[in-house]
Design a protein around this ligand. Sequence first.
Ligand SMILES: [Zn+2]
Ligand SMILES: [Zn+2]
Ligand SMILES: [Zn+2]
Length: 171
Amino acid sequence: MSAKALSPVKAVPVFPKPGHDHKVCSTRALREAEQLCETNDVRLTEIRRRVLAAIWNSHKPVGAYDLLQKLAAESGKMAPTTVYRAIDFLIEHGLVHRLSTLNAFIGCVSPGSEHGAHFLICDVCGTVAEFDATAADKQLTQAAEASGFRIRSKAIELHGICAHCAAHPDG
Ligand SMILES: [Zn+2]
Ligand SMILES: [Zn+2]
Ligand SMILES: [Zn+2]
């Protein structure tokens, strides 16, 4: 007797489709960044734009060291402090998120919208998706505050296997 198959869970499509035209994503992200900066009356300088484009190179998070390497390969060495300042700017304006469990950066898929830091991280392909965990987030906050705890920062990062990797274990 074979084990009873689990009924398939209807997945909400938050993960990007493997093999999609990523140029569409990165172009849209840069356009949205420009619009957001214009609305907020701040400047998306050439350096900030280059750093954002490098982070948006894929849906996989990139660490500071790799980012510096990538930027250097593309357009010549850049001072780390310059890059770090640009990253700080991008985070401050909600264009980039920092993943604390990976110490790496990922481009925000809906900058300008009010949302918590909620991430699904596939440990197989490395892809990261933002998902809506507002209800859980609220519960966590209430539980913490009920104990007199004052939250300073908050992120929900779930590690696991995305639907694509689960369905295609051989890649
Ligand atoms: Zn994409
Ligand atoms: Zn986001
Ligand atoms: Zn995956």
